[in-house]
Design a protein around this ligand. Sequence first.
Ligand SMILES: Cc1ncc(COP(=O)(O)O)c(C=O)c1O
Length: 422
Amino acid sequence: MWLLVSIESLSQVVPNRPLCYSLFVPAPAISRSDRLAALKPTAVNAILAEMRAFQAQGGDLVSLMRGEPDLPTPPHIVEACTRALRDGRTGYPDNRGEKTFREAVARKLQRDNQLDFDPATEVLATSGSTFGIYAALTALLNEGDEVLLPDPVYDAYQSPIRLAGGRVKPVTARIEQGRFVITDEALEAAWSPAARVLILNTPWNPVGTVLTRGELIGIARFCERRNLIMLSDEIYEAITYGDCLHVSPLAIAPQLRDRCVLINSLSKTYSMTGWRVGYCAGPAPLIQAMFLVLAQSSRGPATFVQDAAAEALSGSQDCVASMREEYARRRQQVLSSLSGVRVLSPEGGFFAMVDVRDSGIPSDEIRRRLMHDHGVAVVHGAAYGAAGEGTLRVSFASGGATLARGLERLRAGLAQILGSSR
Ligand SMILES: Cc1ncc(COP(=O)(O)O)c(C=O)c1O
């Protein structure tokens, strides 16, 4: 294989020659790790690439696709960060997490989740929950171990499972009375002697279910019965609607204490997606194992970011309440705008699932037609697992004109696509 190399600097050496010089050199043979075969881009990233190609050809597009809050990080958190920077808090962090941050996490878990964790040994600061998930899976899995994963679910769980040598075992959820549920039968059907971990996400991306106490008790009993570790991703805990309040599985099933890692982050609760800060809490030996993974890779969030995150968790929570009200308004806007189609009312999170099963058209095809013919981007439910087929995920993480225009296009597009399928 040959590589075309351009030497632009030569045009400066020879100023009257505006063209750069090119020459061919043999390319080094780059052999990639076999492990890379396990990785695949998330649905959002794949659709983003498709959107860019569409826009590059002049396509006009509104995105109701990403789970990225458009609200700014609250000013008192930004101020805490700049204060930390001014105070010279720019050195290496304690890799386990700065003491002030770990203590703030422990107080938060006690205040909001009624959980007691020792900040010295049972809490780990991570670069978002993404790293918490990665560290937990890497610390836990051996080659061929199975990880039970609700289907449909946030698709970015898949690659780190495979990268750690694990195998994904879908737990097929189904729609009952307008919400996705996980039954005991589905859990048992997915289980095999190779199963080691169950990942749970409540409030549940993409489907919007907030698991009830009764449901959580059933799932906790299953984990105990089958000797599974539970990874509980609670990143949407603050975004719930009406009577559907988030309950941490550990709070109602203390018997999980030795077999559960709580994973959370400040990304959604405080609109801090770009800060890359989160935390895990769990039994000391498991947190220690995750720490070993972290110490060989990210080494934790920046020191001044952890100071700001400690302020976010410890300071006034009014910003969280007003954010929740804003998402509740947007949720209502989605439900009103799409009143002509079947939508699963979200109990939590900032996604609504449109139920297009009756059309018989694959969700990916509807998504493509919505993008190319109607200028609106959503995610097809099948991207989150086979049980998501027949649904579309609509994000209201962005509001204002984006949401209004996007919903208008979506309403018109669905009317045409679904109308013609009847
Ligand atoms: C369910 C779920 N878990 C984890 C993440 C990753 O979040 P972060 O790494 O920003 O904390 C996301 C992001 O969209 C998510 O939806």
